[in-house]
Design a protein around this ligand. Sequence first.
Ligand SMILES: C[S@@+](CC[C@H](N)C(=O)[O-])C[C@H]1O[C@@H](n2cnc3c(N)ncnc32)[C@H](O)[C@@H]1O
Length: 289
Amino acid sequence: MNTTPSDTRSGKDSSGISFTALYTGAVWHRHGLSNDLLATDQGRWLYHLMTPFEAGSKALIGGNIRTFLLQRHLIIDHLIEQALNRGVTQVLEIACGMSPRGIRLHDKHPLLHMVEADLPDMATRKAASLLVAGRLGDNHQVIPIDILAESGEQSLEVVVKRAFDNNKPMVVVTEGLTSYFSLPVITEFWRRLARVMQQRPGSVYLSESYLMPEHPLLRGTLKSLGGLLGAVTRSDVSFHFLNDQQAAEQFTTCGFPSVAVHNPVDFYGRLPIPESRNDPMVRVIEVWS
Ligand SMILES: C[S@@+](CC[C@H](N)C(=O)[O-])C[C@H]1O[C@@H](n2cnc3c(N)ncnc32)[C@H](O)[C@@H]1O
């Protein structure tokens, strides 16, 4: 690892989260959204390991991790397409992991300037997979970033300045990242991102958030599961908001003038997403500079 061994609680190193990208990568692959280049043995193994738990949650509560992963992934894809239709030509996917989005977007929009970014080890791993297949070039890059770095080559500000045309708007995506950090830590990142986007009017940020359920039993169970995931990933797995309004207010406070909080329910029948039996836990956040 290129980072100091500590954890996100000290605000310095979040590399313990990285292996979760192998699981999400396997989910994208299993659902026909990915490419064999991004399939990993560890991801396949995690997928099998999680299957009984996923089946149990689906039967008990009418949804599971795979349900909300697919909901958030396809809604984010849809909102990216909308931004591209409005004329945005550059996309930064932070915490790209083994997400196939970069490949899919680049295949569909060859002129798009697509930059995928992740912690150095994950970025190196992904770049190696894509390079072998001749997938990378000036218009599609994978580079290191660390959202916790306040300065230096891997900081958000330097990465954006170096990788993009700074006179044009951009789409920034973080998928599966923010819930691994406490609200104060991720708020600092959001504030910095708002300043970066303010300098590039018309930019859009897309992310997801999980609402803390109201039902006490479900809330207790999720808190315990979050604690377990936090221990395994050495992170502060957190449910940041109780409802849509709280989420919207937080982004406004961070300096994003326009915020939309999307409930997957609004996309049922319009996008090929799985439906939850109850109100979905996940929301997709869309903010504009
Ligand atoms: C759950 S995975 C999500 C991967 C991908 N976005 C997806 O949805 O399949 C979390 C990702 O966050 C990355 N990550 C963790 N800490 C980070 C940081 N400080 N800066 C940038 N990326 C980070 C990990 O390396 C990992 O790839």
